[in-house]
Design a protein around this ligand. Structure first.
Ligand code: ZN
Length: 298
């Protein structure tokens, strides 16, 4: 089954060498995903650039608050499943204590890779010792949810929407399975099983989003919120963040994610065995087409 072999390294064409911008505005570090041409689809190149940026912001004592944002029309279209820069088969210097995934056979390849670049990285960023704010506009889909959810606060523009459509691939939700913590369980089931878009307004209703602002004022509102946070004591903020995160752990968040991660990979493996494709026979094009149809756009 040829499809089991991941795309060769030589097939990767990056459209940019800097998929993430880093800038400071006063005491606030802005980490901006910068692949607007592909709606900020997250490849490994971007993942490691994000990790570099978080590390830089944490290392700089002058930075009190970290903002995660996306350039362009959309915050994030999710994991890169189809741009020329899709780099699943490329080795990177790992940040966590996992083996390289590239030479691993069959299901072990993705299982190893996603430990590092998805579940592992998300947990690492969630634990950054400074307050983090996601500034979300437009689409926040699948892997994009993971990036917003690891932040302490989420500010969304009125046009933002949230969606995890991966059940269409036969997969029970993205790797960082916070769905049933971000939303009441019955709503999480609806969100996943139907795979529909959730408006910023509905997400706000469930407490998944802290504030909704206009698209024009998103950056200014987030900067103002960040500056207000920056005036609070550094250690007090870190301890507060840890206290609330710990409550989530006591409610089983980490254990639930570990259990789900294995279901997620059972689904990838089943898909490989039956279709020779770990994404249920879907690709970026078919997912976009199905999403447009679902949203009544095509
Ligand atoms: Zn996966």
């Amino acid at each position: 089954m040829e499809e089991l072999v991941p795309p060769r390294k030589a097939d990767i064409t990056y459209e940019t060498e800097t998929p993430v911008r880093y800038e400071t505005r006063g005491p606030v570090a802005w980490i901006v995903m910068d692949r607007p041409k592909y709606n900020n689809a997250q490849n490994s190149q971007m993942t490691y650039a994000l990790d570099d940026a978080f590390q830089r912001a944490v290392n700089d004592d002058a930075v009190k608050v970290i903002v995660l944002a996306g350039e362009g029309k959309h915050f994030s279209a999710g994991h890169d499943i189809g741009t020329p820069g899709r780099d699943v088969a490329k080795s990177f210097e790992r940040r966590l204590l996992w083996a390289d995934h590239v030479n691993k056979p069959a299901a072990e390849m993705l299982y190893t890779r996603e430990h590092e670049v998805y579940l592992g990285m998300c947990r690492r960023w969630r634990e950054a010792p400074k307050p983090t704010i996601a500034a979300v506009q437009g689409a926040c889909i699948a892997g994009g949810l993971m990036l917003a959810w690891v932040c302490d606060l989420i500010v969304a523009s009125e046009d933002a929407f949230f969606q995890d459509p991966v059940v269409r691939m036969g997969i029970p939700g993205v790797e960082y399975f916070a769905h049933a913590f971000e939303l009441p369980p019955r709503v999480a089931k609806e969100f996943l099983m139907l795979g529909e878009r959730m408006s910023a307004e509905r997400a706000h209703h469930f407490g998944m989003v802290n504030r909704i602002v206009s698209r024009d004022t998103l950056q200014a509102e987030v900067q103002a919120m960040a500056e207000k946070l920056a005036a609070q004591p550094r250690l007090g903020l870190w301890l507060t963040k840890q206290a609330v995160n710990h409550v989530e752990e006591l409610r089983g968040k980490r254990a639930a994610m570990d259990a789900h991660f294995h279901m997620h990979h059972f689904a990838h493996a089943q898909s490989d065995l039956t279709l020779g494709n770990s994404l249920g026979g879907q690709d970026a094009k078919s997912m976009v087409a199905a999403n447009k149809k679902e949203a009544g756009e095509g």
